[in-house]
Design a protein around this ligand. Sequence first.
Ligand code: NDP
Ligand code: MG
Length: 396
Amino acid sequence: MKGICILGATGSIGVSTLDVVARHTDRYRVVALTANRQVERLAAQCQQYRPDYAVMADADAAERLATILHDTAPETRVLSGVAGLCEVVALENVDAVMAAIVGAAGLAPTIAAARAGKRILLANKEALVMSGNLFMAEVRATGAELLPIDSEHNAIFQCMPTDFARGLAAVGVTRILLTASGGPFRDMSLERMQGVTPDEACAHPNWSMGRKISVDSATMMNKGLEVIEAAWLFNTDHEHIEVVLHPQSIIHSLVRYVDGSVLAQMGNPDMRTPIAHALAWPERIDAGVAPLDLIAVSRLDFQKPDLARFPCLRLAFEAAKVGGSASTVLNAANEVAVEYFLSGKIAFTSIAPVIEQVLSNIPATELVTLEKVMETDMIAREEARQVIEMHHRKVV
Ligand code: NDP
Ligand code: MG
């Protein structure tokens, strides 16, 4: 039996993970579940899966959860805060940690899982974008196993030779081709994008996801973050990564080899496939996903992404080129801008200009400690708020 801890259990990835785990109760046992504020949802999960621990990041929410579980799942201990999150990932009976908290909030517990040498199923791409060098160093130091959940990275992992850590050139890989659906506004003009609402931005044509990543997909910042994520995971740089628009989301990414071969991983767009892959690796288990019907799909299209209509993708490539703290700043400014957009305070088309301004206001430095990463994240967030208040806030 493998013990599983799910960070962000109440989210889209968390729920899909529980769905896969529930299909294999002979293999997996839920040891800990965590959330931020959704008390009722976490309480229901605890009543169903009976974990040893439940953690709410929010202290008041933790108190409310403890009251509910006192009568309904008394064996589950309730903890709170970042300390609670970092404690449960390191429990002795936890073998694998699903890192599925959204945004920078996931960094500390995900690093704690690396320090504890666990198998990390990494969905929280922001952690890697913020602090790739430090995160990868922790993973190498403890021998933690890092398995990508992001569908593209999971696809790349499946198409790579097992010894890719030796360096891509050494294993005959010349390029990573990262596919992108293009999101809900793939063919929309910039003028029309100006007035789109949060709900329109969150209505992804192929995937059902949390609201933050849905907006990232609509701006294509998600693909930008994924370029940086891929560079860290596969020990390469942005020059060896190409983004290819593929509207059907059937090919999840490809790897090109020096002999002309190109390997692709395909499947229906359902996150339970990468989750099941990473949980069971190197074995394969049923994910509950319908078999791919190629006749029904009938065609696969590919296009070049348009950097003029999707400036966030350009900004991410630029930040990847600069290196150091640039991607930490990019990520922080993006999180703030997306939050403002989701609460109706800035236009969709203001997201990229805010990030661009913050990147140009904060000079890039090397990030040698985690404290420095957190400080840079805080400074960039404050800068983003100021840039928004001065230039982009909607007048209501
Ligand atoms: P959701 O918004 O659906 O879920 C986020 C989860 O994180 C919830 O459990 C939430 O708790 C918890 N959370 C939010 N803020 C905090 C905080 N400050 N402290 C602790 N926990 C917090 O997001 P998704 O599941 O869509 O995405 C999760 C991660 O996976 C993201 O990094 C995303 O980029 C990545 N990812 C997601 C994909 C998808 O298909 N959804 C695909 C590829 C990557 P609560 O419910 O209480 O708010
Ligand atoms: Mg992805």
